[in-house]
Design a protein around this ligand. Sequence first.
Ligand SMILES: C[S@@+](CC[C@H](N)C(=O)[O-])C[C@H]1O[C@@H](n2cnc3c(N)ncnc32)[C@H](O)[C@@H]1O
Length: 348
Amino acid sequence: MELAVTHLRTLVGLATRTDPSPLPPVQDIISHIQSLYDSGRPFHTKDLLQCIKVQLRDARDGIIQTIRVPGVDEVIVEFPVMTGQVFPTPEQGMELIVRNPCIEYLSVQELLQDCDLRDENLAYNHIQIGHYRFLRNIHTKVLYSDLSVASVPDASELLRRSSRIWENTTQCQALRAILMSRKDISISRIVGLALGSFATVYPSLQDRSAFQHALLLTLRDISCNMQNIAQQSIPCFAQDPMCNIVDITAAEDAGIKILEDPDGFLEIDDSTVVFSCAPDIPVRQIVLDLARPAVLIWDKLRNEDDDDHSADPASPRVMTCLRNIYEEFEFPDYDEHFGDLAVYIRRN
Ligand SMILES: C[S@@+](CC[C@H](N)C(=O)[O-])C[C@H]1O[C@@H](n2cnc3c(N)ncnc32)[C@H](O)[C@@H]1O
């Protein structure tokens, strides 16, 4: 994985719809997308993510110059690979260098609401291709980096300390009790999504991220105790493009493998525990299209339309699934390190 430097931003390149027929008026496109959604067909599938993953790898290796992604209408849209292009930036003495392509996920709400604002080539694209951009010195071309936890031992110590504190809280004990009350569920892996970087420059985000990664280890411990199996039997994964080489190494030492997008999603199945906290992407919509994981710990379901403007809004499909298939429990927050989450355990 490439060293991720702070000030990571993405941009979407020019896209071309491969079907040249003119598109219908926006209102008709919206009705079409709505009817596709209402049909219940999953918009996110492992086959689609796997196909994009292979193309991202081939683009990074210089084998392909275009990434092809189908919209929800199944028409392919082509995105040019922009790696190596340089853009100006207002930051003094800096420029932006475009590096690897990456996936941009849109919620169904964004797909429907912003239809008239998007390039019409992207009218149907809930998955688009963006690129990571990094700040670098305009003269020396050295990437800008200001990691505040710059060494792996420091990051490991932060993770260990956070784990110790979290494990001794009444909140952690309460979470253990909730999960231990359902020893009948079978768990084979833990996946954390969008847990941030604990080797970051922002102290408040750093602590949240360290506690959130610590929670992954707690979840693994609980799952192993529930099933009376050894700790190594349950792998622990996390996916967040903000993670840098210091996060990756320290997390690995603690037993958490940090994966590139979309590998975290590809690990999820019905025997997974998924934990996500304040993601920038529609995690709930993606995950519930892919599987019915055994346990979900993520944003508490609010009333209809409450969170339409969040980056991870519930959707009618998410609400129906959570209400019909899962039992909801209070998630005990600690020191605002997690937020207003809930624990969802699949009913058998
Ligand atoms: C608002 S921050 C939340 C970070 C942390 N969970 C917290 O509560 O402070 C949103 C996070 O979503 C992450 N994110 C964005 N795209 C993602 C992707 N494709 N997969 C996983 N995480 C992603 C961002 O990198 C960022 O760390």
